[in-house]
Design a protein around this ligand. Structure first.
Ligand SMILES: Cc1ncc(COP(=O)(O)O)c(C=O)c1O
Length: 472
């Protein structure tokens, strides 16, 4: 921190100039998060930027708006309405906080039941697919001491297989977590089949293993694009759902939601009744203070767009996704990994990656301003690398067409460059790893019919073997 102050205009200019070097958020196609909102909403956000959400006594209208958002979202997810059934929910910072809260509720419910039965309650687990959002679910597992039992993927099948998941359920399973809109390729998991198989298993075993749906992206897509798809509270074992308001809820960063089917699904002991400034304030969030703007912005979008507006936005995203997907197919260079039904994104991989990798394409697209991530799939599909473009509300048809043109340019440029794929030959074992720049392939002896050719190719590219760090 400098010893002396500087004029506000100078501070602004210094920071403004340095921040110009950040990527352009609108061209950040890696992100599911909202990068554009209407100017009227921007005004509401600025007007409420100084309100601490937790001070409910001071800002009762904001509290009321968050409750209305919970009601609308619970309704959207078909929460049962009855005299005894009332969904409950809360606004969070994003899906990660929502998942922590949902996971805690399952853990506490399971522990209470096991204690009452006089059974051990120290080894809780969650069954989920290996495609689960790594940071968020792994964080929950590590912070709250719950084992994650992951169903492995396989080539061509990149979501959790419901049959395998149900096989992995045991008496210590606090819930099965299904994903509506896999982060890797946008695909929806078959929650209905999972529910039906789990109903049977519960009947057989006497357990009552529930389901949580991580609908971070899909929660604001499925109700509008696929209203007939049963994935939500229409299925009896679905007890809680999280969704990111800041993804297809169409609000800037900092808002998520978690909704429980009934108030019995949220153990009362997890709700804090804080006597803050003389008023009883029930809270069930991980943080205390936070901004109000995002809750207000979510309410704006729900009433401004309504069902009609959300449906139009989602349909538009899907149409632009199709323009991009068809453009990529026409190049004949890529396999499309994403599915028709799901989050409007295109995940694709090179048909032939013997000379260049998806990481190089990602890297070279940066020169045109595009931020497109490349990553490897989780076990057992880690040998597959994909590029992913998320189609958001502000990604127009013009941009989709422009991106295809730029990808074609990059492919032509790459074709003119020497191969950057490095072959590491180590006979007798099979292993492959991608580190962003180089793909190292360890070849099994039986797979190598012409090892000498590979070595010669490599020598042509790198005449001085000392420079190869012994990779060859
Ligand atoms: C399926 C899924 N779950 C959870 C998350 C984490 O969500 P958030 O960034 O809102 O915390 C993501 C983020 O992309 C996601 O795709």
């Amino acid at each position: 921190m400098p010893g002396n102050s500087i004029p506000n205009e100078a501070a602004y200019q210094i920071m403004h100039d340095e921040l110009m070097l950040d990527g352009n958020s609108r061209l950040n196609l890696a992100s599911f998060l909202t990068t554009w909102m209407e100017p009227e909403c921007d005004k509401l956000i600025m007007a409420s930027i100084n309100k601490n959400y937790v001070e409910k006594h001071a800002y009762p209208i904001t509290t009321e708006l968050q409750n209305r958002c919970v009601n609308m979202i619970a309704n959207l997810f078909n929460a049962p309405l009855g005299e005894t059934e009332t969904a409950v929910g809360v606004g969070t910072v994003g899906s990660s906080e929502a998942i922590m809260l949902a996971g805690l509720a399952f853990k506490r419910k399971w522990q209470n039941k096991r204690k009452a039965e006089g059974k051990p309650f120290n080894k809780p687990n969650i069954v989920t697919g290996a495609n689960v959002h790594e940071v968020c679910w792994e964080k929950f597992a590590r912070y709250f001491e719950v084992e994650l039992k992951k169903v492995k993927l396989s080539e061509g099948y990149y979501v959790m297989d419901p049959e395998k998941a149900v096989e992995m359920v045991d008496e210590n399973t606090i819930c099965v977590a299904a994903i509506l809109g896999s982060t890797l390729n946008g695909e929806f998991e078959d929650v209905k089949l999972l529910n039906d198989l789990l109903v049977l298993k519960n009947k057989e075993t006497g357990w009552d293993t529930p389901i949580h749906v991580d609908a971070a992206s899909g929660g604001f897509i499925a109700p509008f694009l696929y209203p007939e798809l049963e994935w939500d509270f229409r299925l009896p074992l679905v007890k809680s759902i999280n969704v990111s308001g800041h993804k297809y809820g169409l609000v800037y960063e900092g808002i998520g939601w978690v909704v429980w089917r009934t108030k019995e699904d949220l153990p009362e002991e997890l709700i804090f009744h804080v006597n803050y400034l003389g008023v009883d304030q029930p809270t069930f969030t991980l943080n205390f203070s936070k901004g109000s703007s995002q809750v207000i912005a979510q309410y704006y979008q729900l009433i401004r767009l309504g069902h009609e507006g959300y449906r139009n936005v989602m349909e538009n995203c899907r149409e632009n996704m199709i323009v991009l997907r068809e453009g990529l197919k026409k190049t004949e260079k890529f396999n499309i990994i994403s599915k028709d039904e799901g989050v409007p994104l295109v995940a694709f991989s090179l048909k032939d990656s013997s000379s260049h990798t998806e990481f190089e394409i990602s890297h070279m697209l940066r020169r045109y301003g595009w931020i497109v991530p490349a990553y490897t799939m989780p076990p057992n599909a880690q040998h597959i690398t994909v590029l992913r473009v998320v189609v958001r509300e502000d990604f127009s048809r013009t941009l989709a067409e422009r991106l295809v043109i730029d990808i074609e340019k990059v492919m032509r440029e790459l074709d003119e460059l020497p191969s950057r794929v490095v072959h590491k030959i180590s006979l007798g074992e099979e292993k492959s790893e991608a580190n962003g720049d180089k793909l190292r392939v360890t070849v099994k002896k039986s797979d190598m019919e012409t090892p000498r050719e590979i070595i010669n190719d490599w020598k042509k590219l790198v005449p001085d073997r000392k420079k190869t760090n012994g990779i060859c």
